[in-house]
Structure formats: C-alpha cells, structure tokens
Design a protein around this ligand. Structure first.
Ligand SMILES: Cc1cc2nc3c(=O)[nH]c(=O)nc-3n(C[C@H](O)[C@H](O)[C@H](O)COP(=O)(O)OP(=O)(O)OC[C@H]3O[C@@H](n4cnc5c(N)ncnc54)[C@H](O)[C@@H]3O)c2cc1C
Length: 382
C-alpha cells in the first residue's frame, strides 16, 4: 500500500488526503493546531471549487449552510451600480461560513480512513520522502504533500529551491456577523470609494460576510476596532452596517504573494497557498487549491512513478494558478494604486471588466476549472 504524509490540515491537505485514501493509499495528516478549524469569516466557493467538492461528495451536504448568489455587483459609494454580473453556469458561486466547509472536508477525510493528527507540527521534509516534526519524530512515505501555509510553509522552506513570500501594501479586515439585515437578496455587492472597497454578501441563512480592503498607508482605514465615523464619511449608505461591525470580531490580514519556483522536488509536492498564495481579490485561492489537489490525485493514479506524476501535474495544471495569481495582483494594483486624478475613468474600467467577455474570461480563467487542462472530473470519488 502506498503511503502519504501530509503537512497541514487545511482545505488543500484534507482534500488531497481524502482523494488519496479513496484510491487505497495509507494517509496521515499533520495539523499544528489543536483542532481542525479555519481562521477567517466567509468564503466564496466558485464553480471550480464546487466541481471538486462534488467529486469529494461533500457539496450537497454543504448547500443548506450557504447561499447561492444570483449576481455580483460593483457599486460606488453614492449607490450607483457600475458593474453587474450574473453568476450562472461556469460563473456559479456559493458563499459559506468557513468553518462549515473545513468541517465537511475533515469529516470526508476521516470517513475515507485518513489518520488526522492535530497538535502535530511539521518542521521539514527531504526530497526522498522524509518528514520531520518539531517534536523530533521522523516519518517516511512514498509521497509528502506540503499544504502547510502560504506565508511560511515549513516544508517549502526546508527544500533547496527558490521560493518566498511577498507582502503587498493592502490590508483586508473580515467579519462574519449573525444577521441577514444587510443582505436580504442573494447577491454580493462590492462598494467602492476611492481606494477603499467593502464586500457585503450573505453567507447562509443566518450570516453575512463582510470584507473591507484599503491601502496599508490609509491608517484610519486600518484601525481596529473600526473607526465608524471615518468609514461612514466615505460610505454614508453603509453607516448602519459599520455600527454593527464595530462590535463584531474581525481578522486583519496583509495581502501577499507566494513565489514558488517548482511545485515538487523528488517525492515532495507543494500544494495550495504554499505553492501559489495570492491576493484574495478574485476569491480563487481555495478554488485553485482544490483543482490542484484533484489533479495531483489524478496524475498519481495514472503515472508509473511518483516523481513523473509530480512533474506532469505541474506541467499540465500550473498555468491556471499562475495566470490567476497575476490577475489577482493586477486587480489589487488597480483598486489600490489607481491615481485619484484618473478617478473619472474608474467607472469605465470597472464596467469594461464586467461587460467585455474576453477580459472577464482571462481574469476569471480559473472558474473553468480542470477542463482547461484537459482533465475530466468524471472519475467519481464520492
Ligand atoms: C482574506 C482572504 C480571503 C479569502 N477568500 C477566499 C475566497 O473567498 N474564496 C477562495 O477560494 N479562497 C479565498 N481565500 C484563499 C483561501 O483561504 C486559501 O487559498 C486556502 O485556504 C488555501 O488552503 P491551504 O490548504 O493551502 O492552506 P490553509 O487553508 O492555510 O491551511 C494550512 C493548514 O496548515 C496548518 N499548518 C501550517 N503550518 C504547519 C506546520 N508547520 N505543520 C502542520 N500544520 C501546519 C495551518 O494551521 C492550516 O490549518 C482567501 C484568503 C484570504 C487570506
């Protein structure tokens, strides 16, 4: 029986663990936290994520806990709508509280027979299939998967390859509030005022997910708890929402980008944010992670050796992540750096990204999932 040791019990680690276990591998997941949990608030689950979650057999069970969105809208602070996109077909989107998603993935992994170990922190790996934990214990396996953190993947950092993490000067605050008062319709609205953005979206029958984005140099915007007066001056129509957010828990995060020269070395595969961490401007980090996990299991199933499977995996699917990472950075640049003197042109650019199909298709290339790489998702694993 083939064996796999997986570093990280997040979305990527649990997904690949389940897929491999269902293919007959003996799989162990090492998660450094005391329990399997997600930090953050809500999560947009797009078509590519949904296709893999369906294969994992967890999507139908998730549906009641989330909201399927009808359309996405960009709206200026005066209430004028600048872009509206229908979210149907390959653009379909559901929004969930993050914890619901990770628990579904954990349960799928356990049901597939994965050994999920918490309080188990990985220190390093070697290309020949060795894994070392911080408590000094060593493991050996046919395959090691590093799905252990975008910012500072211990496994990635221990391998002799060029890789790193760059912080971008953009801050995002995220909130999950127990109310649908501000999100009665199944739509996501991104409100823009200068270089600040606020996303407000329903996230299941009882919750609303809110993210607030601003340049790091905008010190008033980066204050927590929220500076209600300052935000209300910029977005007067959202003043009642800010009153609620000021009382709510939030997480603050700096946008960042992972540069990873290679996605594998010997018997070690690098998966998820550890391989392609990107700004969350397109809501695609988990989507890329899930399609890459699915593709990894696919190539391991069809190749003669682990090393050749890992090479083919990167050759065939990496371009989707690379393009999405570039577009996510462009979107961040456009919304953060756009010069105030050119504010008059901003609505036109926002409009053209919504209406011009070739631009939209390029930016949202990942929505189309693994069909872009010629991989079909009909190898049922449920
Ligand atoms: C602000 C923000 C908003 C986002 N919104 C969206 C969205 O709407 N839609 C979307 O698709 N994506 C979104 N993403 C991206 C998405 O969250 C990530 O791409 C996804 O979580 C990556 O999964 P992962 O398994 O690679 O990493 P993670 O989910 O980060 O999991 C890594 C796991 O490894 C554990 N770990 C770390 N180091 C070690 C170690 N040394 N040993 C053992 N365990 C370790 C961690 O505790 C964690 O549980 C967003 C990201 C951010 C930051």
């Amino acid at each position: 029986m083939k064996t796999a040791e997986i570093a990280g019990g997040g979305i990527g680690g649990l997904a690949i663990a389940t897929l491999l276990a269902r293919d007959g591998w003996s799989v162990r997941v090492h998660e450094r936290s005391a329990e399997i949990r997600e930090i953050g608030a809500g999560i947009y689950i797009k078509n590519n994520s949904i296709e893999v979650l369906e294969q994992l057999g967890v999507f139908d069970g998730l549906i009641p806990y989330g909201t399927q969105l009808d359309y996405a809208q960009i709206q200026f602070a005066d209430g004028s709508v600048k872009q509206r996109r229908a979210l149907t077909g390959l653009s379909r989107v559901h929004v969930f509280p993050r914890q619901v998603l990770i628990e579904a993935l954990r349960d799928a992994a356990l049901a597939a027979g994965v050994d999920v170990r918490t309080r188990s922190t990985v220190e390093s790996a070697t290309p020949d299939g060795g894994l070392k934990l911080t408590d000094g214990s060593h493991y050996r396996a046919d395959l090691i998967v590093a799905a252990d953190d975008g910012v500072s993947s211990a496994v990635r950092g221990s391998l002799p390859m060029r890789s790193g993490f760059r912080l971008l000067p953009t801050i995002i605050d995220r909130f999950l509030i127990e109310s649908r008062e501000f999100t009665r319709e199944p739509r996501t609205v991104e409100h823009w005022s200068g270089n600040r953005r606020i996303g407000v979206t329903p996230s299941g029958p009882q919750h609303t997910y809110v993210y607030m984005v601003a340049p790091q140099a905008d010190t008033a915007a980066c204050k927590l708890p929220l500076d209600v007066a300052d935000w209300s001056a910029r977005f007067p129509l959202l003043a009642p929402l800010f009153q609620v957010l000021a009382q709510a828990e939030s997480t603050q995060y700096n946008y960042g980008v992972v540069d990873c020269e290679k996605w594998s070395m010997g018997r070690v595969a690098i998966l998820g944010d550890a391989a392609h961490g990107l700004p969350p401007t397109l809501g695609q980090g988990a989507g890329l992670t899930l399609i890459n996990a699915y593709a990894l299991a696919h190539f391991l199933r069809h190749s003669n050796s682990i090393e050749s499977a890992l090479r083919e995996w990167e050759t065939r699917v990496r371009f989707i992540s690379d393009r999405t990472q570039s577009w996510s950075c462009r979107y961040d640049w456009f919304t953060r750096q756009w010069p105030t003197q050119l504010d008059f042109a901003r609505p036109l650019v926002a409009w053209s990204f919504g209406r011009l199909r070739f631009l939209n298709d390029r930016m949202r290339v990942a929505d189309r999932g693994l069909r872009l790489a010629g991989i079909s998702l009909d190898e049922a694993h449920a």
